[in-house]
Design a protein around this ligand. Structure first.
Ligand code: ADP
Ligand code: ADP
Ligand code: MG
Length: 658
């Protein structure tokens, strides 16, 4: 067995791998970048080694530094997690050369399956259905355009070296092909250093269904059933579940059989995922799914498979890497119940899911039975702008899909997250969506329902009341139930959607008892019999309104308050009384719209620019953005340089007079 394991990753997946290693009595070595010195995974491991600067290229992608850390700490194996070096064949090779076991398939397998063109060709030759498309060498515009005509529009252009949803462009009609091809090539070059593309027929009612497979080094292959990952945004998964809703047994048999055949055809070893795209137009069909790609690593969403099969996938990975045979035979593996995972991200659903890295002042999960939380972030921590902005994965399990979905929604509504923006309420609303509840999922659902999903409901008087209570500092006042000053406190509360609620909170005494009033929008409500309990950072409020008892939960961090009330999660920020004019941003400066890294400065001091012209490019994990001139003018003063990190609101450049 492996004695000491180095985890070449960070965040939740590093923590998750360390847990299993500890269970198996394996010593663990964490690595960390300058940005992660105080991260959870560093603390959890038996040893931690600093490997470089915050930029991934200097640390988590720096194979030389990682191999040196492995050598110094005397480990015998390296687990790459997902992302970073997990699908890098050169790294896998370098590990083997250094006498270290790489937890994954042989380097050659990674190389073959890592490129979408060669993977398609291999699968087609093994009689696995692939999406009709083009994966040839001729990359001339004319050839690609002719192939697209042959396939028939809509067509999807994909970077052959792509991953993580990058370098993909959907082309609806011929007229757009050239422009989209250019865009795909540009993004592919920037992200993967390879501008070659493949073309695929775009499946119109697409469902992403994937099969978890496992192989040992004795030529045994099996599957751990499927996961449905159709709820996506920007070609990236948001919610995943197992099993797939409305999966006919015959289709399941066909799909899992194809996946095992795929694994066998390439003599696979270890954990892998075969991703299929399925046509969900008239229900799933045996002839209605096609190979899309193979991920030769542990998948982000592996916990849903663990929940329904009871198998620890990381444990299996480690056993197989240590030379053991698959612990179970296919017929001993069954699905029990239903599991759903939600990915909690620091991102803004209302602005194209742009990443919102920043400090996390509060992060509290509700401990429910049948809920598993995988995270690598904690209160007082950070979502770094250098890496993927995922905060946690919340996984629910139920006897039925309905039960799992309700449990997930309930848990999300009682999760408190303050400090940076997140998709928390977006996820909760997704769980409540009628089509999602009915299992009618496809990859377009989120985009089609985006307005509904990202709209915050109007705050109720009672929700505002609890928010004011939390902000009123009743803690001292309540100690010993001392009476506190009568009077009125005005509040300006800003909701997640920037809507500002003006309210007045008042306390008065009636028959010797404290009563409370909240005025808002020309209406007042009166609340009595208030009681406060405290549990860690949470306040639990009990009160009576119109003879009905209520319970609410709140957490406060400075001017921010998170509350869970009647199955919903709210967040408010108490605004200081800044005069409205002070907030109008001047047109004479260009400010950073988010925490990001400046990637390019496209202008010079003194340069005459016209409205809409690109001035500066910035990048926050996975998203590049062009900042353009708000009006014609002259660039007066550039305050940043390429490579520099900036925070939301920082002034990047000043304009002079025209
Ligand atoms: P999964 O299919 O397991 O859900 P994702 O496509 O969401 O995987 O990617 C998993 C992680 O790997 C994410 O953190 C993503 O940012 C990262 N990732 C995936 N592909 C790449 C790539 N080619 N380059 C950099 N990061 C990637
Ligand atoms: P990546 O390597 O970036 O994960 P994939 O090939 O797995 O790229 O595709 C990512 C997502 O794009 C899929 O989950 C699916 O939603 C969508 N997609 C990919 N291929 C097709 C297709 N041929 N038709 C419709 N949607 C597709
Ligand atoms: Mg994929």
């Amino acid at each position: 067995m492996i004695k000491t394991l180095l985890i070449a990753n960070r965040g939740e997946i590093a923590c998750r791998i360390i847990k299993t290693a500890q269970k198996m009595g394996i010593q663990t070595v964490a690595i960390y970048s300058d940005a992660d010195e105080h991260a959870v995974h560093v603390r959890m491991a038996d040893r931690a080694i600093s490997i470089g600067a915050a930029e991934a290229s200097a640390s988590y992608l720096n194979s030389a530094a990682i191999l040196e850390a492995a050598r110094r700490s005397g480990v015998d194996a390296i687990h790459p997690g997902y992302g970073f070096l997990s699908e890098n064949p050169d790294f896998a090779e370098a590990c083997e050369k250094a006498g270290l076991r790489f937890i994954g398939p042989p380097a050659n397998t990674i190389r073959q399956m890592g490129r979408k063109d060669s993977a398609r060709q291999l699968m087609a030759s093994a009689d696995i259905p692939v999406v009709p498309g083009y994966d040839g060498q001729d990359q001339s515009d004319d050839c690609l355009s002719a192939e697209a005509d042959k396939i028939g529009y809509p067509v999807l252009i994909k970077a052959r070296s792509g991953g993580g949803g990058k370098g993909m462009r959907l082309v609806q009609e011929k007229a757009d092909f050239k422009a989209q091809l250019e865009a795909a090539r540009r993004e592919a070059t920037a992200s993967f250093g390879d501008d070659k593309v493949i073309l695929e027929k775009y499946i119109t009612a697409p469902r992403h269904i994937e099969v978890q497979i496992f192989s040992d080094s004795f030529g045994n292959h099996l599957h751990l059933f499927e996961r449905d990952c159709s709820l996506q945004r920007r070609y990236q998964k948001v919610i995943e579940e197992a099993p797939a809703p409305d999966m006919p047994e015959a289709v399941r048999t066909a799909m899992t059989k194809a996946a095992v055949m795929a694994a066998k055809s390439i003599n696979y070893v270890g954990a892998g995922t075969i991703e299929f795209i399925a046509d969900g137009k008239d229900g799933l069909r045996e002839d209605g799914f096609w190979f899309m790609e193979m991920n030769t690593r542990l998948q982000v969403e592996h916990p849903v498979t663990e929940a329904v099969t009871g198998i620890d996938l990381v444990e299996w990975q480690l056993r197989i890497a240590a030379g053991e045979a698959l612990p179970l035979k296919q017929d001993a593996i069954t699905i029990c119940g239903h599991a759903i995972e939600a990915r909690l991200y620091a991102e803004d659903a209302r602005h194209d899911f742009r990443p919102c890295p920043g400090p996390i002042t509060t992060l509290l999960f509700a401990e429910d039975t049948n809920i598993r939380v995988d995270t690598g972030v904690e209160s007082g921590g950070q979502v770094s702008r250098f890496y993927d902005p995922m905060i946690a994965k919340i996984i629910s399990f139920g006897q039925s899909r309905e039960e799992a979905l309700s449990a997930l929604q309930a848990n999300l509504s009682r999760t408190h997250l303050l400090g940076t923006q997140s998709n928390l309420s977006f996820l909760a609303r997704l769980c409540e969506n009628e089509e999602v509840r009915a299992g009618k999922v496809d990859t377009h659902l989120i985009d089609a329902k985006l307005d509904d999903l990202s709209a915050e409901p109007q705050a109720t008087h009672l929700a505002l009341f609890v928010a004011c209570l939390s902000l009123t500092n009743l803690t001292q006042t309540f100690a010993g139930w001392r009476h506190f000053d009568e009077g009125q406190t005005p509040f300006k509360l800003r909701g997640r959607d920037e809507v500002v609620y003006d309210c007045v909170f008042a306390v008065f005494t009636c028959s010797g008892k404290d009563n409370y009033r909240l005025y808002h929008g020309g209406k007042a409500i009166e609340v009595n019999s208030l009681r406060q309990d405290r549990r860690d950072e949470r306040s639990i409020w009990h009160f009576v309104y119109e003879n009905t008892p209520y319970r609410a939960e709140s957490v406060r961090a400075g001017n921010d308050v998170s509350l869970s009330f009647k199955g919903q999660n709210w967040q408010f920020n108490a605004l200081d009384f800044i005069p409205a004019e002070a907030k109008i941003t001047s047109k004479n400066v260009l400010t950073a719209p988010m925490t990001a890294t400046v990637t390019a400065i496209n202008v010079e001091n003194g340069e005459q620019v016209s409205e809409g012209q690109s001035l500066i490019r910035i990048e926050a994990m996975k998203m590049e953005q062009n900042l353009t001139a708000p009006q014609d003018g002259v660039v007066d003063d550039i305050l940043v340089e390429a490579g520099q990190g900036v925070n939301e609101g920082d002034i990047l450049l000043r304009f002079g007079k025209k």
